[in-house]
Design a protein around this ligand. Sequence first.
Ligand code: COA
Length: 243
Amino acid sequence: MSNIAVRQEGELWWIGLNRPDRRNAHDEATVAEFDAVLAQAGRTPSILLIHSTTPGIFAAGADIRQMRECDSDHALRAINAGLFDRLEAHRWPTIALIDGPALGGGCEMALACDFRIASARAIFAQPEASLGILAGSGGNWRLAQLVGLAAARRMLLAGARLDAAAALEAGLVDEIADDLPARGEALAKTIAQRSWRALELTKLALRVHRPDTTKFDTVAQALLFDSADKYERMTAFLERKKR
Ligand code: COA
């Protein structure tokens, strides 16, 4: 079974995170699949709706089991950061539909989209520092850009978890909806009535002053990936049920 389930309805591409047994944690195979979908979707006018095929979860972030074994060499490849940069750079608008926890890289994936619509059970957090790493796939700067430095500090440094209402207040989500697919589709169809070329150029214009700390984040992450502290903290997560 594929980790990414794609359904195309005209110009609307429904991209479903489809790894329920790992709560949609994205491993390298998932990133490669997602990348292939992005490459295909970028060929013709398309609005992407990123969602989970499993109700009650968006994504649990990078795959901790895989990441625990990765060293600085791996971190320097900036695999997830690259995916989210390409998602952000999709030529036409993208919408994340968040129906549950969006943690770590799950939150970063949502941040890389142009719009975020959440259900009441959405939760946003960046737990990286508790795992001995940093939010190196855009979390650091995209979060600060959206919610401001103070709220970003609360999430990145103090581990604050925002529920849907708090995320709406902070500007992290655009709206809360009961029926996410219906709301997502309505927004996508409204956007699709506009000029594709104008949308594309507007997206480019909005990125002209984009802060970019990716290179720094990548090097800092590489440093952390070699630490025993990170290995122990990730092991503690993976073995928490045993204890
Ligand atoms: N990477 C790898 N595996 C993960 C994972 C991740 N990010 N998140 C969850 N899983 C795995 C669990 O280890 C568990 O595996 P097991 O069945 O072999 O024990 C399985 O997915 C189900 O997770 P579980 O925690 O039992 O599900 P839940 O519904 O009770 O909780 C979450 C869901 C998302 C709240 C919880 O899994 C969680 O907090 N995940 C970690 C989030 C995180 O720290 N992400 C940051 C990564 S940088």
